[in-house]
Design a protein around this ligand. Structure first.
Ligand SMILES: [Zn+2]
Length: 92
């Protein structure tokens, strides 16, 4: 019994490995959840004010790019800072 169809080198497995690789290989500048959370309000304030916090906090930015939950928290903070009128027009 030859199951060589399952042994294609590269195709679907390549995607799996790429994702695992991305998961394992953290950016050396990645600040980690704890530090990102500490800087998150400052980061959000800079963003909300129209500044570019990624230059001042490249390590936090690296983490936000890699960590979905933290990026969501940042989004929430920024929309709270920029006011509900732009993002939620239906609210009283
Ligand atoms: Zn995180």
């Amino acid at each position: 019994m030859d199951n060589n169809a399952q042994n294609e080198p590269g195709d679907q497995r390549g995607d799996h490995w790429a994702r695992l690789d991305a998961f394992l290989r953290t950016d050396p500048r990645d600040a980690g959840c704890d530090e990102a959370m500490e800087m998150l309000d400052v980061y959000a304030e800079l963003l909300a004010a129209g500044n570019d916090p990624s230059k001042r906090f490249p390590d936090v930015r690296a983490h936000l790019l890699a960590c979905g939950p933290c990026a969501q928290d940042l989004e929430g903070l920024v929309s709270a800072l920029t006011g509900p009128d732009s993002s939620q027009p239906g609210r009283p």
